[in-house]
Design a protein around this ligand. Structure first.
Ligand code: TXA
Ligand code: MG
Length: 344
């Protein structure tokens, strides 16, 4: 593939294909799979955010992911798979891992487990563990099947930027840097989650919540308590079992994001700001240049990253984001993303 030789110049031609969500066209999948199998990069939709995929077992291909994203190479990638046999080839599984996978996959949850040596160190950021996820999206499923290899995929954004949830966002960050973008308009029939998967580390006795996300923490706790008499804990600051990715400021647009709170039917300390935008669950009682109100935590999460990018593109000077206090459902993950986008 001649384009791939020029990869470091980031001037490669990026093929862009719209693909049918319900019945992904075999021809397009075949071409995408060939790129993966030749060590190239393909962005593809999942039910959370778009992934930037490469053959997870090809160290050189994986290195290109880090280059295209500008991502620190010690921040490990998630391996996307589409069946449990694949998981057995990649990591060491115990009863608890099997039952969690059967309960929650396919879906927005990633499991960190002890890695087998078949996974290159590049893919797992030098760690002795690896992260696995089975996405609930037919295009992703079929792509993994066609490539016949696990696909390493971080979110398809430049490192630190909001994760992409539509074609425009992927294209904005990755055009000219990768070989192909697969996209779909009615991706997942608009049931997308909009923030990334929940990441839990089950490589040791005590399961840890490394990143809140699409799968609610309370559902995982309920399942773990009932079947294994244990609950998720947060890693302490010194823990080696932390997620390297959570150390960096993340998910942020180029304009500042500030938080506001809604309590007892009122916003606390909210001021007029005619050059800024507002996003949240309640109508603000102050003046903003643009206001987006979401009817539910789910739609807020689904639109969060897209709103960040839109407000930025529209030339607003900053964003005031209402921080919801509901930590159930997608609330915990949504709060985490808003807090980290606003971190200085
Ligand atoms: O929903 C998602 O998870 C999306 C879609 C594309 O699947 N992917 C995604 O990947 O969000 P990324 O690379 O943006 O985030 C992966 C997270 C990072 O915080 C990384 O540090 C953590 O997973 N991670 C990966 N492997 C790990 C490991 N072995 N130990 C601890 N954390 C790990
Ligand atoms: Mg990411």
């Amino acid at each position: 593939m001649s384009e791939l030789k020029n990869f470091k110049n980031f001037k490669i031609k990026t093929l862009k294909y719209r693909i049918n969500y319900l019945e992904p066209e075999a021809k397009i999948l075949e071409q995408a799979a060939q790129i993966i199998n030749h060590g190239g990069l393909v962005a593809f939709p999942t039910e959370t955010v778009y992934g930037l995929g490469a053959d997870a077992l090809n160290a050189d291909a994986v290195k290109k992911i880090y280059e295209a994203k500008g991502r620190p190479s010690n921040n490990p990638l998630i391996l996307h798979i589409n069946n449990l046999n694949q998981a057995e080839d990649l990591v060491y599984l115990d009863d608890r891992a099997y039952s969690l996978m059967r309960e929650f996959w396919p879906g927005p949850i990633t499991f960190v487990l002890k890695a087998k040596s078949i996974i290159p160190l590049e893919t797992r950021g030098g760690l002795d563990t690896a992260a696995l996820r089975m996405p609930d999206n037919k295009i992703a499923y079929k792509l993994i099947e066609a490539a016949n290899t696990p696909i390493a995929a971080p979110s398809a954004n430049i490192s630190g930027r909001p994760s992409p949830t539509d074609f425009n966002a992927v294209s904005q960050d990755m055009d000219g840097r990768i070989d192909m973008i697969l996209y779909s308009d009615n991706n997942n029939l608009n049931k997308n989650i909009g923030i990334e998967s929940t990441v839990i580390d089950i490589s040791d006795e005590q399961p840890l919540l490394l990143r809140a996300g699409g799968t609610p923490k309370e559902l995982i706790d309920k399942f773990l308590l009932k079947n294994f008499n244990v609950k998720l804990e947060k890693p302490d600051e010194q823990s080696k079992r932390r997620s390297p990715g959570t150390r960096y400021r993340h998910y942020a647009p180029l304009i500042p994001v500030k938080i506001c709170y809604f309590k007892d039917n009122n916003f606390i300390d909210l001021k007029d700001n005619s050059e800024w935008g507002f996003i949240g669950l309640h109508e603000p009682n102050k003046i903003f240049k643009k206001v987006l109100i979401f009817k539910s935590l789910e739609s807020y999460a689904r639109e969060l990253f897209k709103s960040f990018r839109e407000f930025e593109a529209e030339g607003l000077q900053g964003i005031i984001a209402e921080l919801p206090d509901d930590e159930t459902g997608v609330g915990l993950g949504l709060r985490d993303r808003i807090l980290r986008a606003s971190a200085l």
